[in-house]
Design a protein around this ligand. Sequence first.
Ligand SMILES: *Cc1c(COP(=O)(O)O)cnc(C)c1O
Length: 218
Amino acid sequence: MELRKRLDGLLKRIEKARLAYSRHHIVQLVAVSKYASLEQVRDLYSCGQRAFGENYIQEFQRKALGLQDLPLEWHMLGPLQHNKINKLLELKPTLLHSLHSLKLAQAINARAKEPLNALLQVNIANEAQKSGVCLENALETYQQISQTCPQVRLQGLMAMGPLGGDELQSEKVFSTARDLFNRLPNAKILSMGMSGDFELAIAYGANLVRLGSAIFQD
Ligand SMILES: *Cc1c(COP(=O)(O)O)cnc(C)c1O
């Protein structure tokens, strides 16, 4: 199937899930381009998509430089090492989804010359393969970052559904993330939902979904 048809199909599904949740609920789509070529990103841009996400700084840099002529918005989704902070800041991402500790926030705060928008990544199901603060520390870490890191502008949370989890486990993760999100002062963005579970995530209040394989792979 061609890219445009796949995108249209996904936008329809997002719209349906959004309306089922609330007419007033707006959901943003970030196209995860980690599986995609520069050409595919260009094609998707010509279908109207503006926001793209990458997992690795190196690849983010390669794509951002190769597509400089387009007015794209870049989201950084993957775990960030301290020695890559300067590179990330140079690339001026629209949003860092994977802020996973106070220490990382402080390191960014010390280096950033202008504020960086970020989401606190929460490892809701405490999975060893995933980074993110654990649920127990999430609220406190969120407050500490807000209070001590003026160059980090926290906008909300990022969470991932459980790896290989069934629907019940996913629901539990998403509803826990939503409850935490609702307790945060001034949080605007709840980033959760990937190709396999985005409709469920929207049913639990996600307002940003990150889709990769559903867009770029048959
Ligand atoms: C790869 C990735 C996605 C997209 O995953 P798909 O299942 O391909 O849609 C979303 N978020 C993060 C953090 C990812 O690493």
